[in-house]
Write a protein that binds this ligand. Structure first.
Ligand code: FEO
Length: 574
């Protein structure tokens, strides 16, 4: 049964309830127009926040919804059940898109016992301004609701917050995973009937939120494999995974195994619930993860000193989100241990968390430099409300740090290829182009030469973009960009400008003449021609994304001029 409650308004928020198993109802808050979580999520397809009601002899509600759905969600919930009958409120993790209405639900259901990981309950204490009953759970703990619904909890730290738990219902075989295996995708389909439509969003979501925690993903999957058969994966975002559930899990596993193979590790320490720390940490981690370096995200409040020592000892890089000056003693202990464990030549990066009470980064920066560590990116200082440009800066800073760590290996690889093969491959040539793109306040550009026409109807091109390039984040399915074609006799100034190494978040277009394309990306006034394109699909290779795009419109400025050609001597680098 599917019921639509509430009329679409601007922005369109609707609510769907659907019976998804014995005694089990999904309450899905559909956010049709949400277009952005941060720079990583230029959401083409909105998102959903999924909550679930399980009615055994006892009743459990798994997660709530985003605060923006207050009325719609509470109306739906009270339409389904008398809140006085809710016995348990299970908190998969405490990020506000799922727990934004916990306080409201507890006002209606003050008798409900809140079930969650220890740190989730601690966080809720500061967030819910009323006393509540609680039950702390960890992996293997069970809660019997009666009528066959026995819930088993599985710890899944870092998917996507350190307090994350999954819940498996032995009665229905439904696994509730909150962020994990989710996607930002909003439509009327409750389930994953059409994987082709979902694939790009599923991958983007993994790359942004789960990929940087690849080792945690593998640990969680190992625990899932020990559960009895899973008939449905009830995610917190997007459609529920029923038809292709094994395939989706296998994809997570394969992608994570690939990432976890990386030899180099960065330990990123932060306090998830302080300021914007979580979003900045995720953006930096996603930037690092583009460079074949594995990231360990570590919650400063939870980590044991011995674990800190071990992590810092093996890490090639250490990143620290500044905690508040007035911090808990365990956070202070963790920072002291980090400082005692760091060693010469490690790469480091510091960022403010934006809580308004951050400790200054500079004394720490001096100390790390004096200890012989190398700075991977300049301190990120948060002075204003973060925008897409702030997240872009964090993301690019992470990539810079990762590239610094992998630079020596990249140089070695360049030298190690067969010499004749190098020369032969170098005889392939391409034109010289500048890709330009803009999303909100964030923009980017890149010199490209691996460009080729790929279809006639519709007119389409492919561009190979290295996975660690900043522009890659602007070239996901549905994104639009401009391909500027450089002129044979006039390419040097533009090529020189865009070949420069830009600082994270720097304006690539300062001092360059541009005018806007229909979708806002800058067209370079001194280019010979331009094409406005929309990304249709992406194929993954080992180190590049092959991006296929439809060409929407274009123009040539000089009828007789020729395209600049990129002649190379060897084919093992650009
Ligand atoms: Fe969907 Fe981590 O919240």
């Amino acid at each position: 049964m599917v019921a639509l409650i509430g009329k679409p308004t601007q922005p369109r928020l609707t609510l769907e309830t659907a019976v998804i198993g014995q005694d089990t109802t999904a309450i899905r808050s559909l956010d049709w127009d949400r277009d952005r979580f941060d720079i990583e999520f230029a959401l083409q397809n909105g998102t959903t926040y999924n909550s679930f009601l399980i009615r055994g002899e006892k009743v459990a509600l798994v997660d709530t919804s985003h605060e923006k759905f207050r009325q719609l969600y509470l109306d739906a919930l009270t339409g389904l059940i008398d809140p006085a009958a809710i016995d348990y409120l299970v908190i998969s993790h405490t990020e506000p898109d799922h727990s934004g209405l916990v306080a409201e639900v507890l006002k209606l259901a003050p008798q409900a016992v809140v079930v969650g990981a220890k740190v989730a309950i601690q966080f809720l204490e500061g967030f819910v301004h009323q006393p509540f009953e609680r039950q702390l759970v960890k992996s293997g703990d069970r809660l019997n609701l009666g009528n066959g619904h026995e819930l088993e909890f599985v710890s899944a730290p870092n998917l996507h917050w350190p307090d994350t738990i999954f819940t498996y219902d032995h009665g229905t075989g439904i696994l509730y995973t909150c962020d994990a295996f989710g996607m930002h995708y909003c439509d009327d389909c409750t389930y994953d009937e059409s994987p082709d439509l979902l694939e790009a969003d599923f991958r983007l979501y993994y790359d942004c939120l789960m990929g940087p925690n690849a080792r945690s993903v593998l640990s969680a999957i190992k625990r899932l494999r020990q559960l009895p058969p899973i008939h449905l994966i009830a995610t917190g975002h997007g459609p529920l995974l029923q038809h292709h559930r094994e395939e989706w899990v296998n994809r997570y596993q394969a992608w994570s195994q690939d990432k976890a193979k990386a030899e180099k590790t960065v330990a990123l320490f932060y306090m998830p619930e302080y300021g914007e720390s979580d979003r900045f940490a995720q953006a930096i981690a996603a930037g690092i993860a583009k460079t074949e370096v594995v990231v360990e995200l570590v919650d400063l409040r939870l980590v044991e000193p011995s674990e800190v020592r071990e992590l810092v000892d093996i890490a090639t890089g250490v990143v620290l989100g500044m905690p508040p000056q007035n911090r808990p003693s365990q956070v202070q202990a963790a920072i002291s241990t980090i400082l005692a464990a760091v060693h010469e030549k490690q790469v480091f990066g510091l960022f403010e968390s934006g809580g308004g009470d951050d400790e200054s980064v500079y004394p720490l920066r001096n100390r790390l430099q004096e200890a012989g560590l190398v700075e991977g990116f300049a301190p990120i200082l948060i002075k204003e409300t973060p925008t897409a440009a702030t997240y872009q800066l964090c993301h690019e800073a992470g990539t810079d740090l990762g590239q610094l760590i992998t630079r020596d290996r990249a140089i070695q690889q360049m030298k190690s290829l067969d010499h004749d093969l190098d020369k032969a491959l170098g005889r392939l040539s391409g034109g010289l182009y500048i890709i330009t793109a803009k999303k909100g306040e964030a923009s980017s550009a890149m010199l490209a030469s691996w460009v080729a026409q790929a279809s006639l109807k519709p007119l389409g091109i492919t561009i190979a973009v290295a996975k660690d390039r900043a522009i890659e984040s602007f070239m996901h399915v549905g994104d639009r960009f401009v391909l500027n074609v450089l002129e044979e006799d006039n390419y040097q100034p533009l090529m020189k400008h865009f070949l420069k190494r830009f600082a994270p978040g720097a304006d690539r277009f300062a001092g360059v003449k541009t005018y806007p394309a229909s979708h806002g990306a800058p067209i370079l006034a001194d280019a010979l021609a331009y094409l406005e394109c929309e990304v249709v699909s992406r194929m993954e290779t080992t180190d590049h994304w092959l991006v296929y795009s439809r060409v929407e419109t274009g123009r040539v400025s000089k009828a007789d001029a020729l395209t600049a050609v990129h002649h190379r001597k060897v084919g093992n680098h650009y």
